[in-house]
Design a protein around this ligand. Structure first.
Ligand SMILES: C[S@@+](CC[C@H](N)C(=O)[O-])C[C@H]1O[C@@H](n2cnc3c(N)ncnc32)[C@H](O)[C@@H]1O
Length: 272
Protein backbone atom coordinates (compact mmCIF):
# COMPACT_ATOMS: atom_id res chain seq x y z
CA UNK A 1 0.00 0.00 0.00
CA UNK A 2 1.36 3.44 -0.86
CA UNK A 3 1.72 6.01 1.88
CA UNK A 4 -1.17 8.00 0.39
CA UNK A 5 -3.42 4.93 0.37
CA UNK A 6 -2.52 4.22 4.01
CA UNK A 7 -3.38 7.79 5.08
CA UNK A 8 -6.65 7.70 3.13
CA UNK A 9 -7.61 4.36 4.70
CA UNK A 10 -6.93 5.75 8.18
CA UNK A 11 -8.99 8.90 7.57
CA UNK A 12 -11.85 6.85 6.12
CA UNK A 13 -11.73 4.60 9.17
CA UNK A 14 -12.01 7.54 11.58
CA UNK A 15 -14.72 9.29 9.57
CA UNK A 16 -16.88 6.20 9.39
CA UNK A 17 -16.80 5.84 13.16
CA UNK A 18 -15.34 2.34 13.05
CA UNK A 19 -12.08 3.26 14.74
CA UNK A 20 -11.88 1.67 18.18
CA UNK A 21 -9.62 2.66 20.98
CA UNK A 22 -8.20 -0.44 22.67
CA UNK A 23 -9.24 0.97 26.06
CA UNK A 24 -12.84 1.54 24.95
CA UNK A 25 -13.79 -1.39 22.76
CA UNK A 26 -17.36 -1.27 21.59
CA UNK A 27 -18.00 2.39 22.28
CA UNK A 28 -18.17 3.15 18.57
CA UNK A 29 -21.28 0.98 18.49
CA UNK A 30 -23.69 3.73 19.58
CA UNK A 31 -26.24 2.64 17.02
CA UNK A 32 -29.87 3.54 17.31
CA UNK A 33 -32.44 1.32 15.59
CA UNK A 34 -34.01 2.80 12.45
CA UNK A 35 -37.38 3.20 14.20
CA UNK A 36 -35.71 5.42 16.82
CA UNK A 37 -33.86 7.45 14.16
CA UNK A 38 -37.15 7.86 12.26
CA UNK A 39 -38.81 9.14 15.45
CA UNK A 40 -35.95 11.59 16.00
CA UNK A 41 -36.33 12.82 12.41
CA UNK A 42 -39.80 14.14 13.34
CA UNK A 43 -38.33 16.39 16.02
CA UNK A 44 -38.53 20.15 15.48
CA UNK A 45 -35.48 22.12 16.54
CA UNK A 46 -37.43 25.38 16.94
CA UNK A 47 -40.25 24.14 19.21
CA UNK A 48 -38.82 20.95 20.66
CA UNK A 49 -41.84 18.78 19.80
CA UNK A 50 -42.48 15.96 17.33
CA UNK A 51 -44.47 16.41 14.11
CA UNK A 52 -45.74 12.85 13.76
CA UNK A 53 -47.32 13.29 10.32
CA UNK A 54 -46.78 16.00 7.70
CA UNK A 55 -48.71 19.16 8.49
CA UNK A 56 -49.77 17.99 11.97
CA UNK A 57 -49.31 20.09 15.09
CA UNK A 58 -46.25 19.18 17.16
CA UNK A 59 -46.80 16.88 20.11
CA UNK A 60 -44.72 16.79 23.24
CA UNK A 61 -45.00 13.23 24.56
CA UNK A 62 -41.40 12.05 24.18
CA UNK A 63 -38.50 13.85 25.81
CA UNK A 64 -36.53 16.14 23.51
CA UNK A 65 -33.96 14.42 21.28
CA UNK A 66 -31.22 16.25 23.15
CA UNK A 67 -32.54 14.82 26.44
CA UNK A 68 -32.72 11.32 24.96
CA UNK A 69 -29.11 11.60 23.89
CA UNK A 70 -28.13 12.92 27.35
CA UNK A 71 -29.88 9.92 28.93
CA UNK A 72 -27.81 7.67 26.61
CA UNK A 73 -24.56 9.42 27.53
CA UNK A 74 -25.29 9.48 31.25
CA UNK A 75 -25.98 5.76 31.21
CA UNK A 76 -22.72 5.14 29.34
CA UNK A 77 -20.91 7.25 31.93
CA UNK A 78 -22.56 5.74 35.01
CA UNK A 79 -22.64 2.13 33.75
CA UNK A 80 -25.78 0.96 35.57
CA UNK A 81 -26.85 -2.67 35.40
CA UNK A 82 -30.47 -2.25 36.47
CA UNK A 83 -32.58 0.79 35.65
CA UNK A 84 -36.22 1.51 36.47
CA UNK A 85 -38.26 3.98 34.41
CA UNK A 86 -41.82 5.26 34.87
CA UNK A 87 -43.53 6.78 31.80
CA UNK A 88 -42.67 4.73 28.71
CA UNK A 89 -45.01 6.27 26.08
CA UNK A 90 -43.61 5.31 22.61
CA UNK A 91 -40.42 4.23 24.34
CA UNK A 92 -38.11 6.94 23.01
CA UNK A 93 -36.36 7.57 26.34
CA UNK A 94 -36.54 3.82 26.99
CA UNK A 95 -34.65 3.12 23.75
CA UNK A 96 -31.98 5.74 24.53
CA UNK A 97 -31.33 4.13 27.92
CA UNK A 98 -31.51 0.58 26.54
CA UNK A 99 -29.05 1.43 23.74
CA UNK A 100 -26.51 2.33 26.41
CA UNK A 101 -27.23 -0.88 28.35
CA UNK A 102 -26.72 -2.87 25.14
CA UNK A 103 -23.47 -1.05 24.32
CA UNK A 104 -22.11 -1.46 27.87
CA UNK A 105 -22.93 -5.17 27.93
CA UNK A 106 -21.19 -5.57 24.58
CA UNK A 107 -18.03 -4.33 26.30
CA UNK A 108 -18.11 -6.01 29.71
CA UNK A 109 -20.50 -8.91 29.14
CA UNK A 110 -22.53 -8.11 32.27
CA UNK A 111 -26.29 -8.66 32.23
CA UNK A 112 -28.38 -5.47 32.11
CA UNK A 113 -32.06 -4.67 32.35
CA UNK A 114 -34.40 -1.69 32.07
CA UNK A 115 -37.78 -2.10 33.73
CA UNK A 116 -40.18 0.46 32.23
CA UNK A 117 -43.64 1.01 33.71
CA UNK A 118 -46.61 2.47 31.81
CA UNK A 119 -50.10 1.06 31.22
CA UNK A 120 -50.59 2.86 27.86
CA UNK A 121 -50.85 0.33 25.00
CA UNK A 122 -48.62 2.23 22.56
CA UNK A 123 -46.58 0.87 19.64
CA UNK A 124 -43.10 0.74 21.12
CA UNK A 125 -40.03 1.87 19.19
CA UNK A 126 -37.93 -1.04 20.45
CA UNK A 127 -40.20 -3.77 19.08
CA UNK A 128 -38.28 -6.10 16.77
CA UNK A 129 -34.94 -4.38 17.46
CA UNK A 130 -31.80 -5.49 19.28
CA UNK A 131 -32.84 -3.29 22.22
CA UNK A 132 -35.83 -5.49 23.07
CA UNK A 133 -33.82 -8.06 25.11
CA UNK A 134 -32.73 -5.29 27.48
CA UNK A 135 -36.25 -3.95 28.13
CA UNK A 136 -38.99 -5.32 30.38
CA UNK A 137 -42.20 -3.36 29.83
CA UNK A 138 -44.63 -3.50 32.78
CA UNK A 139 -48.05 -2.42 31.42
CA UNK A 140 -49.38 -1.07 34.72
CA UNK A 141 -49.59 2.14 36.72
CA UNK A 142 -46.65 2.80 39.04
CA UNK A 143 -49.10 2.82 41.99
CA UNK A 144 -50.10 -0.75 41.22
CA UNK A 145 -46.62 -2.27 40.89
CA UNK A 146 -44.46 -0.33 43.34
CA UNK A 147 -44.88 -2.97 46.06
CA UNK A 148 -43.57 -5.66 43.67
CA UNK A 149 -40.21 -3.87 43.52
CA UNK A 150 -39.91 -3.01 47.23
CA UNK A 151 -37.10 -5.50 47.89
CA UNK A 152 -35.17 -4.86 44.66
CA UNK A 153 -32.15 -2.69 43.94
CA UNK A 154 -31.62 -0.38 40.97
CA UNK A 155 -28.60 1.64 39.90
CA UNK A 156 -30.67 4.38 38.28
CA UNK A 157 -34.27 5.61 38.35
CA UNK A 158 -35.82 7.66 35.53
CA UNK A 159 -39.19 9.16 36.54
CA UNK A 160 -41.34 10.72 33.80
CA UNK A 161 -44.98 9.71 34.25
CA UNK A 162 -47.98 11.99 34.92
CA UNK A 163 -46.15 14.99 36.46
CA UNK A 164 -48.54 15.78 39.30
CA UNK A 165 -47.12 16.34 42.77
CA UNK A 166 -49.10 13.42 44.16
CA UNK A 167 -47.78 10.96 41.55
CA UNK A 168 -44.15 12.05 41.61
CA UNK A 169 -44.10 11.97 45.42
CA UNK A 170 -45.70 8.53 45.39
CA UNK A 171 -43.04 7.32 42.94
CA UNK A 172 -40.19 8.94 44.84
CA UNK A 173 -41.32 7.58 48.21
CA UNK A 174 -41.93 4.11 46.74
CA UNK A 175 -38.91 3.74 44.45
CA UNK A 176 -36.19 5.87 46.06
CA UNK A 177 -35.48 3.21 48.71
CA UNK A 178 -34.74 0.78 45.84
CA UNK A 179 -32.04 3.08 44.45
CA UNK A 180 -28.64 1.96 45.67
CA UNK A 181 -26.29 4.32 47.47
CA UNK A 182 -24.26 6.02 44.72
CA UNK A 183 -27.14 5.60 42.27
CA UNK A 184 -28.66 8.25 40.04
CA UNK A 185 -32.15 9.67 39.78
CA UNK A 186 -33.20 11.37 36.52
CA UNK A 187 -36.33 13.46 36.15
CA UNK A 188 -37.84 15.25 33.17
CA UNK A 189 -40.27 18.21 33.33
CA UNK A 190 -39.04 19.55 36.64
CA UNK A 191 -39.25 23.15 35.43
CA UNK A 192 -42.48 22.84 33.42
CA UNK A 193 -44.64 21.09 36.01
CA UNK A 194 -44.53 22.83 39.36
CA UNK A 195 -45.74 19.69 41.13
CA UNK A 196 -42.54 17.95 39.98
CA UNK A 197 -40.59 21.11 40.84
CA UNK A 198 -41.98 20.99 44.38
CA UNK A 199 -40.73 17.40 44.71
CA UNK A 200 -37.26 18.45 43.47
CA UNK A 201 -37.27 21.34 45.96
CA UNK A 202 -37.47 18.70 48.71
CA UNK A 203 -34.82 16.50 47.08
CA UNK A 204 -32.31 19.33 46.78
CA UNK A 205 -32.82 20.21 50.46
CA UNK A 206 -32.27 16.60 51.53
CA UNK A 207 -28.61 16.02 52.54
CA UNK A 208 -28.71 12.50 51.07
CA UNK A 209 -28.80 13.93 47.52
CA UNK A 210 -26.80 16.22 45.26
CA UNK A 211 -29.04 17.74 42.61
CA UNK A 212 -28.66 19.82 39.49
CA UNK A 213 -31.53 21.14 37.36
CA UNK A 214 -30.87 22.28 33.80
CA UNK A 215 -33.07 23.92 31.16
CA UNK A 216 -33.87 21.91 28.02
CA UNK A 217 -34.61 23.14 24.45
CA UNK A 218 -38.39 22.61 24.19
CA UNK A 219 -40.37 25.86 24.15
CA UNK A 220 -43.66 24.45 22.81
CA UNK A 221 -45.45 26.67 20.32
CA UNK A 222 -48.29 29.08 20.20
CA UNK A 223 -47.48 30.64 22.65
CA UNK A 224 -43.97 29.65 23.71
CA UNK A 225 -43.89 28.41 27.29
CA UNK A 226 -41.50 27.26 29.96
CA UNK A 227 -39.03 24.56 28.96
CA UNK A 228 -39.45 21.10 30.56
CA UNK A 229 -36.03 20.96 32.22
CA UNK A 230 -34.23 17.96 33.65
CA UNK A 231 -32.99 17.20 37.14
CA UNK A 232 -30.09 14.85 37.82
CA UNK A 233 -29.71 13.71 41.43
CA UNK A 234 -26.91 11.63 42.94
CA UNK A 235 -27.95 9.58 45.96
CA UNK A 236 -25.28 9.41 48.67
CA UNK A 237 -27.04 7.46 51.38
CA UNK A 238 -30.02 5.33 52.24
CA UNK A 239 -32.12 6.16 55.28
CA UNK A 240 -32.93 9.46 56.99
CA UNK A 241 -34.20 12.02 56.33
CA UNK A 242 -36.77 10.12 54.32
CA UNK A 243 -38.67 11.80 51.50
CA UNK A 244 -42.14 12.78 52.70
CA UNK A 245 -45.42 14.01 51.27
CA UNK A 246 -45.78 17.73 51.96
CA UNK A 247 -49.44 18.65 52.36
CA UNK A 248 -49.04 22.20 51.01
CA UNK A 249 -48.38 20.84 47.51
CA UNK A 250 -51.34 18.46 47.36
CA UNK A 251 -52.88 18.46 43.87
CA UNK A 252 -50.17 20.65 42.28
CA UNK A 253 -49.86 19.93 38.61
CA UNK A 254 -48.61 22.15 35.81
CA UNK A 255 -48.90 25.58 37.44
CA UNK A 256 -48.81 28.72 35.32
CA UNK A 257 -46.57 27.64 32.48
CA UNK A 258 -46.16 31.18 31.17
CA UNK A 259 -44.61 32.35 34.45
CA UNK A 260 -41.31 31.59 36.11
CA UNK A 261 -40.90 27.92 37.16
CA UNK A 262 -41.51 27.29 40.88
CA UNK A 263 -38.01 25.84 41.35
CA UNK A 264 -36.32 28.95 39.93
CA UNK A 265 -38.60 31.19 42.00
CA UNK A 266 -37.53 29.30 45.13
CA UNK A 267 -33.87 29.67 44.12
CA UNK A 268 -34.28 33.41 43.59
CA UNK A 269 -35.86 33.81 47.03
CA UNK A 270 -32.57 32.65 48.55
CA UNK A 271 -31.01 35.90 47.36
CA UNK A 272 -33.84 38.21 48.42
C1 LIG B 1 -44.41 12.16 29.11
S1 LIG B 1 -44.87 10.52 28.70
C2 LIG B 1 -43.33 9.67 28.90
C3 LIG B 1 -42.36 9.96 27.79
C4 LIG B 1 -41.20 9.02 27.72
N1 LIG B 1 -40.40 9.05 28.93
C5 LIG B 1 -40.31 9.37 26.54
O1 LIG B 1 -39.52 10.29 26.64
O2 LIG B 1 -40.43 8.77 25.48
C6 LIG B 1 -45.76 10.08 30.12
C7 LIG B 1 -46.29 8.65 30.15
O3 LIG B 1 -46.57 8.34 31.53
C8 LIG B 1 -47.62 7.41 31.57
N2 LIG B 1 -48.17 7.43 32.94
C9 LIG B 1 -49.01 8.34 33.51
N3 LIG B 1 -49.22 8.03 34.80
C10 LIG B 1 -48.49 6.92 35.07
C11 LIG B 1 -48.26 6.12 36.23
N4 LIG B 1 -48.82 6.42 37.41
N5 LIG B 1 -47.46 5.05 36.11
C12 LIG B 1 -46.85 4.75 34.94
N6 LIG B 1 -47.01 5.48 33.82
C13 LIG B 1 -47.82 6.54 33.87
C14 LIG B 1 -48.56 7.86 30.46
O4 LIG B 1 -49.34 6.77 30.01
C15 LIG B 1 -47.58 8.40 29.40
O5 LIG B 1 -47.35 7.44 28.39
Amino acid sequence: MTLLAKVLARVRNLASGTHRSPTAPGFAQARFPQAVLDHESKYGFSHGGYVLSPGAEPVYGSVEVEVGRVWYSLMMMLRPQRVLETGTHFGYSTCCIAAALRDLSAVDGKPRELVTIDPAPMPHLWEGTDLAPFIRWVPKLSFDVAKDYAGERFDALVLDSDHSYDTIMFELMAFEPTLREGGTLLLHDTLYFDGVGAAVRQLRENPRFDCVTLPTPRVHHNPPRRCPGITIAHKHKDGEPRLRYEEQYRGWNDGQTLTEPYLWKRTRERFA
